[in-house]
Structure formats: C-alpha cells, structure tokens
Design a protein around this ligand. Structure first.
Ligand code: E4P
Length: 214
C-alpha cells in the first residue's frame, strides 16, 4: 500500500519525504487554508518536493468552473492531480477531463455507488473518507473491501485512496482491506515508524554500552 501525506505543510513534506516512504500528497481547501499561503505557489512547491501524485482540489461547484480550474491547475506540474468533489457536476467534469487525459481524484466518497460512479466517469483515484464515516457509525472498512473487490472483479484501473485517516489503526485497517493508498496527516505519519519500546530499547542499549566502555 502506498503512503500519501495529507498535508500542505512543505516543511513536514520535506522532512518526511527524506525517509523514502512518501508516495504522494493530498490537499483540500481546508488543508491549504491552514498554511495561509497562495494556493498555486504551495501546490507548485509540493510538486517539486515529491516524486509522486499531488492532489489539488477545485473550488468551483459547476462542471464548467471545475473543468476550467482543472485545465489551469493541470499545467502547474506534471504530477498534479485534480481533486473533484463527488457530485453530479463533479462527475460531468471528470468525464470531460478524463477524455483530455487529465488525472482526477474524486473526493468525499461515502458509498459503494458513489465510488463505482466516479470510476465509471473516468476517475484516476477515488477517495472514500474513513474517519468521517466512522463518526456517523458506518462500517468504513466494508466500503474499502467492497470497492477493492469491484475494481479487481471488473478490471478497472482506478485506485482507492483511503482518506480521513485519524490514527494508526486506520492505516493498518485499510492496508489489510486492500486500499491501494492511505493518505495520512503528518501528525499520524510520524507514528508509522516509531514506538515507545523502540525508544526504550535504544536508551537501554546506550546505557549498557556506556557502562561497558568505562
Ligand atoms: C484527503 O483527501 C481528505 O480531504 C482528507 O483526508 C479529509 O480528512 P478529514 O476528514 O480529517 O478532514
């Protein structure tokens, strides 16, 4: 399973990208707004740091607005992916964009039908939201399993980005259920490779080594 970083903070992206385990980045208008920087500048910078897909979301709500934004954003970098919300207008935009070979990530997916519809419209990626589904008491893992089964059964090329990840159990849960990608906030990402017993083990080894060297 690929790891994407779900942040627009370029310092965190640089730090974590140096580990060689970041396969891409996703953003949304909320994530971009936290940085207080110009949207285009931030996306272009992220695209130079990461050697993988970087999702940038449109903010228009009509198909015409989305298509126009997407055509513009797609010129910013070779690895930019256009994030489109899962609406009727969004599907119409994805249908047009896919025929222009503009890659899309259809976001805010909460049901199998929404996921399948996005795939059929031509989405490159679909983003089911794990945490937000669990917030309303819905089995988010079943959604991942079902979407993966459908993709494999019918031979679609779309990939599942498990989004709205809130902690390590979500990352491990979606990995076991066949998500192609998990997009992970930087706060959770650091936990992927750390454990208190690892730190404790290193401290003990260092203490014993220092005593032995005396
Ligand atoms: C990423 O593609 C999503 O926009 C993001 O994971 C949503 O996360 P949230 O539900 O924690 O806002």
């Amino acid at each position: 399973m690929k790891y994407f970083l779900d942040t627009a903070n370029v310092d965190e992206i640089r730090r974590l990208n140096a580990l060689g385990i970041v396969d891409g980045v996703t953003t949304n208008p909320t994530i971009i707004s936290r940085e207080g920087r110009d949207f285009e500048t931030v996306i272009k910078e992220i695209c130079t740091i990461v050697n993988g897909p970087v999702s940038a979301e449109v903010t228009g709500l009509t198909r015409e607005e989305m298509i126009e934004e997407a055509r513009n954003i797609s010129k910013w970098a070779d690895n930019v992916i256009i994030k489109i919300p899962m609406t009727e207008e969004g599907l119409a935009a994805v249908n047009v964009l896919s025929k222009e070979n503009i890659k899309t990530n259809v976001t805010l997916i909460f049901t199998v039908s929404q996921g399948l519809s996005a795939i059929k419209a031509g989405a490159t990626y679909i983003s089911p939201f794990i945490g937000r589904l669990e917030d309303i008491g819905t089995d988010a893992y079943a959604l991942i399993e079902d979407l993966r089964h459908i993709i494999d059964f019918y031979g679609y090329n779309a990939e599942i980005i498990a989004a709205s990840i809130r902690g390590l159990p979500h990352v491990e849960g979606v990995a076991k259920r066949g998500a192609h990608i998990a997009t992970i906030p930087d706060t959770v990402f650091a936990k992927l490779f750390s454990h208190p017993l690892t730190d404790q083990g290193i401290a003990t080894f260092m203490k014993d080594w220092a005593a032995f060297k005396k």
